[in-house]
Design a protein around this ligand. Structure first.
Ligand code: CU
Length: 364
């Protein structure tokens, strides 16, 4: 155990700053009549190298978009911003609404502005790129307004190669739950078109007061969700990204199922395994989905025993491993393929098993 730890520590010391990145632009598009457009920008922050970016256009409709192929790689020269006005048409030669997924072995920045074309011009709204590792399994979207002089649309994208089961709770002006919770199964890389608040609850009473409202969700996979509030009078729009909803209880996944997503630079476990959630001897299922390239996942218990050791290919079918947890303590997991990517050394973490303050006593 000590030798393994020292090797691990030595690897951390030589960690490099460069890392692969995946960014989602949650909504954009171009309408058939050309009245609605989206301008995108991509920036390469490197002072030393030109970078390559893979770009995918993922149409709305919550369809399984895992078969969508990327364009030929886009090259962004060092310290340059590339401009794609009307990006869905000019870059993807497509139309309608959709999300854009961008991947690179290197760091980059991507943003969009969505607007309507009119003779007087429109302000439009700004869509910041969301790093896939910042997608949220528990989110809240506040400052929503529907009814009166405002309307609100909410949309979401699933940045995972497997389905996400997302349950929404809508709250009214008095912070009371509206109707009943609504569960939406988001398809792999599926994108939900922006739609009214009433679509995020069931049995919504006709007199629900949503002039000030908020929406909370919990999901078994991290997603990218947002609200778009529009002033019906001026047409001024506001884009509101989901924030982390730390108050939502971890929805006890039936049979303790955890999604493990491997990416170049991170291993994400969802829902997060917090202190007290798992006890020694508990049966746990890990559901793997891979991204970018082939990674490994090894889980070592607090006694140094390897209890999971798998290879996770990129964008492959999801597969599972069920194990029975060993003793109390800190469990460590890491990628076993040292050549996987420049982000390999970030692909590690720990989680606790057992109750806080538990003392197993001396082992005679
Ligand atoms: Cu690796």
């Amino acid at each position: 155990m000590r030798l393994r730890f020292l090797t691990f520590a030595a690897l951390l010391v030589i960690a490099t700053a460069a890392s692969a990145k995946e960014v989602w632009l949650s909504i954009g598009g171009t309408t058939a009549g050309g009245t609605f457009r989206t301008d995108a920008r991509i920036f390469n922050p490197s002072t030393t190298k030109d970078i390559q970016i893979q770009a995918y256009y993922l149409p709305v409709g919550n369809t399984d978009n895992s078969g969508v192929q990327p364009l030929a790689p886009i090259t962004v020269l060092k310290r340059q911003q590339v401009v794609y006005n009307d990006v869905v048409s000019s870059l993807f030669h497509s139309s309608g609404l959709g999300a854009i997924r961008l991947k690179s072995d290197d760091d980059f920045v991507a943003t969009q502005r969505i607007y309507a074309v009119s003779s007087s011009g429109t302000l439009g709204q700004f869509v910041a790129g969301v790093d896939a590792s910042s997608a949220k399994a528990k989110g809240v979207i506040i400052q929503l307004q529907a009814g009166g002089t405002f309307r609100t649309n909410v949309g979401a994208a699933n940045p995972n190669s497997s389905v996400a089961n997302v349950t929404f709770h809508l709250y009214d002006k008095n912070n009371a739950v509206v109707g009943t919770a609504k569960t939406i199964v988001m398809q792999p890389y599926g994108v939900i078109a922006p739609g009214g608040l009433a679509g995020y609850a069931d049995a919504v009473p006709g007199n629900a007061d949503l002039t000030d409202a908020w929406l909370s969700y919990s999901s078994d996979q991290p997603i990218v969700a947002y609200g778009s509030v529009i002033d019906n009078g001026t047409t001024d729009p506001t884009y509101i990204p989901a924030a982390e909803d730390t108050g939502v209880a971890v929805v006890g996944p039936t049979g303790n199922i955890f999604n493990v997503t491997t990416r170049s630079s991170s291993i994400a476990i969802s829902p997060a395994i917090t202190q007290g959630l798992l006890q020694p001897g508990t049966k746990v299922t890990f559901r793997f989905s891979g991204h970018d390239t082939t990674h490994g996942f090894r889980l070592v218990d607090s006694d140094g025993a390897i209890i999971v050791d798998v290879t996770v290919p990129p964008d492959a079918a999801v597969f599972e491993r069920t194990v029975t947890l060993g003793p109390e303590g800190t469990y460590q997991y890491y990628c076993t393929i040292t050549t996987c990517s420049t982000g390999h050394l970030s692909m590690q973490g720990t989680f606790p098993v057992g109750t806080p303050g538990y003392d197993p006593g001396p082992k005679y």
